[in-house]
Design a protein. Structure first.
Length: 479
């Protein structure tokens, strides 16, 4: 769909991958005007980032696409090792856990990246936004009041710009921000989406074919008739042409070239890990692959990217809609860069076989305890922790209470007085005992992390002032 490019917007998002689309959805529900531009004529067509970790499922549910993700995805199949055309043994590469009250998603979910983007774009359109395709960034400049972006369709003025334009980010290079990292594996890899002749290979397993030339895997993609092929090349360079992909399958598996009935997309890459030296330059922010590049082995790249957007979106909303100081945006890099560094290390260790895909890969334990917005602790939780799900006295789930762009002041197992606040911005909820929380007051941020915690609200009003004048100070009164 072609759009007329406006001359002014509040946030310009460069790149319409999962990160850029998630950010656009979050801003749209905050009534922040955002323009998403994508230099390609269509959204990315491949399955590359197919793994959605439990924490990211929680994020997507809050953004309003949880049902679509459930409908179009599925659990990762158990692996099957093949040798000389014979099945050898099953193995499971992931930690799987039953859902609990506190953690409603217990295992990774598979869905091709193109489908994730399709779902997020549909949600963005529901919220009144869209993407300007075939629109490239050719240059940018900034001053104290905003950013001037030069696009292939004309100039745009924005209060802020977010670079979500991938590992070869045009924005990052224009700013001169370096990436520090390492080559994870000297062997190049090929990844492709293929269709396999009916009956040639079952869809019940994630098929792995080890060999002297490097491993090859074929993973059925839920919600489609496709398989994702991934192959390592210890010698030579990948041939990404359809004939090259078919020849590769015939050479390394028991399938024939003719069993690959269609090659829908293919690409090659060298696994590397790299982190931008900084995530912000004035009014320009780096997010997703523009800020950090992962090995795909850990299934962390797309997930870390979406959560970058989730962290940045509400902060931009506070500055642009509720009078929060621009300095609030400093917390984006302070919170997200250490997390990205941690996930880069995890991905690299998993790629090299030094660590399993355990609980750490699910990202449920990540938080911001050392971040600048974390103050206090109460009950079983510390500020900066992920706010768990759980039942409430009124029969609702806590995630239903939290869902939306607001803050939530949660009183658990206490009759402590609550402050008078703007009910549109901070929703109040009082409930009985909840094991995951213990007893106390918890201010849950819009991104589902605890910002402030305490036994009474005496210090809360002062804490709230950093989020804008409508948030405090407020008198403390009984509920």
């Amino acid at each position: 769909m072609e759009l007329n490019i406006v001359k002014e917007t509040e946030v310009l998002i460069v790149g319409a991958g999962p990160c850029g689309l998630a950010l656009a959805c979050d801003l749209a529900r905050r009534d922040v005007r955002a323009l998403v531009v994508e230099q390609a004529p269509a959204l990315f067509p491949g399955s590359r980032g197919k793994g959605i970790q439990p924490r990211t499922r929680e994020v997507l549910d809050d953004l309003g696409v949880g049902d679509a993700v459930r409908e179009h995805g599925g659990p990762a199949p158990v692996g099957m090792v093949w040798q000389d055309g014979e099945r050898q043994q099953e193995y499971d590469m992931f930690r799987r856990a039953a859902p609990t009250e506190a953690e409603p998603y217990g295992e990774p979910w598979l869905m091709p990246q193109w489908r994730t983007q399709e779902i997020l774009l549909a949600r963005l359109r529901e919220l009144g936004g869209d993407v300007a395709l075939s629109t490239a960034l050719t240059g940018l400049g900034q001053d104290a009041d905003g950013v001037t972006a030069h696009l292939s369709t004309g100039p745009v003025r924005a209060a802020f710009l977010v670079a979500a334009d991938g590992g070869r980010s045009t924005v990052r290079r224009a700013l001169g921000i370096a990436m520090t990292g390492e080559e994870v594996d000297p062997a190049p890899m090929l990844v492709a989406d293929v269709r396999v002749a009916e009956g040639a290979l079952d869809r019940l397993n994630w098929h792995a074919m080890p060999g002297d030339q490097g491993f090859l895997t074929l993973c059925p993609l839920p919600g489609t008739v496709d398989f994702q092929l991934a192959a390592q090349f210890k010698e030579g360079e990948p041939d990404t042409s359809p004939d090259g992909v078919r020849a590769l399958v015939a050479a390394r598996t028991h399938l024939t070239a003719g069993d690959i009935t269609e090659v829908r997309w293919s690409s090659d890459f060298r696994p590397r890990a790299a982190l931008a030296d900084r995530f912000r330059d004035g009014r320009v922010f780096l997010a997703g692959d523009a800020a950090h590049v992962h090995s795909p082995a850990g299934g962390q790249g797309l997930n870390t990217s979406v959560q970058d957007a989730y962290n940045l979106g509400w902060k931009l909303g506070q500055v642009l809609r509720h009078g929060a100081p621009v300095s609030l945006l400093d917390s984006y890099e302070q919170e997200r860069r250490p997390v990205a560094a941690e996930m880069l290390g995890l991905s690299t260790r998993i790629h090299r076989g030094e660590q399993e895909r355990g609980a750490a890969a699910q990202q449920l334990g990540l938080g911001y305890r050392e971040g600048p917005l974390s103050v206090g602790r109460a009950g079983a939780l510390h500020s900066g922790d992920r706010a768990p799900d759980g039942p409430t006295t009124g029969g609702r789930r806590l995630f239903d209470v939290f869902r939306g762009p607001h803050f939530t002041l949660l009183a658990v197992g206490t009759d402590a007085a609550l402050p008078a606040v703007d009910g549109d911005l901070i929703h109040m909820h009082r409930t009985g005992a909840c094991e995951a929380y213990g007893k106390g007051l918890f201010l849950v941020r819009p991104d589902g992390y605890i910002g402030w915690a305490g036994e009474d609200a005496s210090e809360l009003a002062r804490y709230l002032t950093r989020f804008g004048p409508r948030f405090g100070p407020a008198p403390v009164t009984a509920c």
